[in-house]
Design a protein around this ligand. Structure first.
Ligand code: FCB
Length: 447
């Protein structure tokens, strides 16, 4: 880690942290919530490495006051959380469950009282199970149901949420949830999953219209981006890398920014007028970045036209993901170069790492690796800003250690350590580091 201070960010730059509903809330049966696809998936033997579920998680549903106090002490400008669709519309469609909205209203009001902007993601992968039972994202009707749900949330909170994010990482929900089956709903459809991409995008576009009709905004979508590095130097390796880049980085962004689908990635699910709905203007593009992806040509008989390969030569996190801060700069600079004036302002809505953090003999959690990780990634964001990219915020994933999907409780991403037996929260060294960094930049922003 370099010892020179991180350069000043522009005034107005948003400092934040992110979480998602199923990963922290618990309260799985509370106040009328019904199961989501993640409850079903976690209840299926062999799907989650430690056999756990998010049924209790960090018990944030009952402890949000404690967690808002942690956010206030941290001094963030904004807190990105997700609303659980199965709390608000447990059947997926009608009726609305007012008690589910009450929880988010309490959270939003407490955040505002603490001077923190609420940033609400409407879909962070927890589809109501009844909608999966009628086809989930393979069924076009799910997009209509999503717009109705967005309307219900906006009707209650449209006057107080400061940034709306329709979907979180539709690419990961497509690829791991429906392509390989490693995530809920556990479908291994490979490229036959493409209608899932289209219906998520359609849902996004319809939700943008629903939010705007309620006067709610600004509106964003959050995508997952990964610079693609060809591994191998044959023509087939380079073609595989280009194909994977289109799938990972352009499949969602091209139609959102008015270009339609990349060549070869459209689907018969597209109907007249859909692309206009999808390309409705957005105010912010959310960028989540964790690592680059190595790609080479697919081996004989593979169901996919590319092969994912480990990238050697980098330090690795506890998830075994390579630590490559420059990849975040590359992604931001690529978005700016590729989409030019059609690219809205960007916010980095997730960036973070898992390490095997444990309290020491004095009860402190000294996570020097995480501080170095965040330091490097913030410098990369700064380089992108210097290169002309309009990056307006950076959110650390995550506030709390939490339930990391198929990895269960085995991966800790938090600035705050959580003891899942006692629900004790212990701010790690990275929490103090981030708090001091925010305070220093607030005191001396660039004009
Ligand atoms: C992202 C997800 C988030 C979390 C981090 C580690 O892909 O959006 O929920 O799992 O990865």
């Amino acid at each position: 880690m370099t010892t020179t201070p991180i350069p000043a960010f522009p005034s107005g730059f948003r400092w934040g942290v992110s979480t998602s509903a199923y990963q922290i809330e618990g309260g799985a049966d509370a106040d009328g919530r019904a199961p989501s696809i993640w409850d079903t998936f976690a209840g299926t033997p062999g799907r989650i490495v430690d056999g756990s579920s998010g049924a209790t998680a960090c018990d944030h549903y009952h402890r949000h006051t404690t967690d808002v106090a942690l956010l206030a002490d941290l001094g963030v400008d904004a807190y990105r959380f997700s609303v659980a669709w199965p709390r608000v519309r447990p059947d997926g469609g009608c009726p609305v469950n007012p008690a589910g909205l009450d929880f988010y209203e309490r959270l939003v009001d407490d955040l505002l009282t603490a001077g923190i902007d609420p940033v609400a993601t409407l879909f962070h992968w927890d589809l109501p199970q009844p909608l999966q039972d009628t086809g989930g994202w393979l069924n076009r009707d799910t997009a209509e149901r999503f717009a109705e749900y967005a309307d219900a949330v906006a009707a209650r909170l449209g006057d107080r949420v400061k940034l709306w994010i329709t979907l979180n990482e539709p690419f990961i929900h497509l690829s791991l949830g429906h392509g390989t089956g490693e995530h809920a709903p556990g479908q291994a459809l490979f490229l036959d999953a493409l209608p899932v991409a289209h219906h998520q995008l359609l849902a996004h576009g319809m939700a943008v219209a629903a939010l705007r009709a309620r006067g709610a905004g600004p509106v964003a979508i959050t995508n997952h981006y990964s610079p693609v590095r060809p591994v191998g130097d044959t023509e087939a390796d380079r073609a595989a890398a280009a194909g994977y880049h289109a799938l990972h980085n352009r499949l969602f962004t091209d139609p959102l920014l008015g270009r339609g689908y990349p060549t070869g990635l459209t689907t018969p699910a597209v109907r007249d007028g859909d692309l206009d709905v999808i390309a409705a203007p957005i105010d912010v593009l959310g960028v989540n970045y964790y690592n680059p992806t190595g790609i080479r040509a697919a081996p004989e008989g593979s169901p996919l036209p590319f092969d994912l390969v480990e990238l050697d030569g980098y330090p690795r996190t506890a998830c075994d993901w390579p630590v490559v801060p420059g990849g975040l700069r590359d992604v931001l600079v690529w978005l700016h170069a590729e989409y030019g004036d059609t690219l809205p302002p960007v916010q980095v809505t997730e960036s973070g790492c898992a390490y095997d953090d444990r309290p020491d003999a004095e009860g402190r959690v000294v996570d020097t690796d995480r501080i170095a990780y965040l330091d490097g990634h913030l410098r990369a964001v700064h380089e992108a800003i210097t290169a002309g990219v309009d990056v307006q915020g950076y959110y650390v994933w995550s506030l709390l250690d939490n339930w990391e999907w198929a990895e269960g409780f085995t991966k800790r991403f938090g600035l705050v350590h959580v003891d899942y037996d006692t629900q004790t929260r212990t701010p790690k060294s990275s929490y103090t580091w981030f708090r001091d960094l925010i305070a220093a930049h607030r005191a001396a922003p660039r004009r």
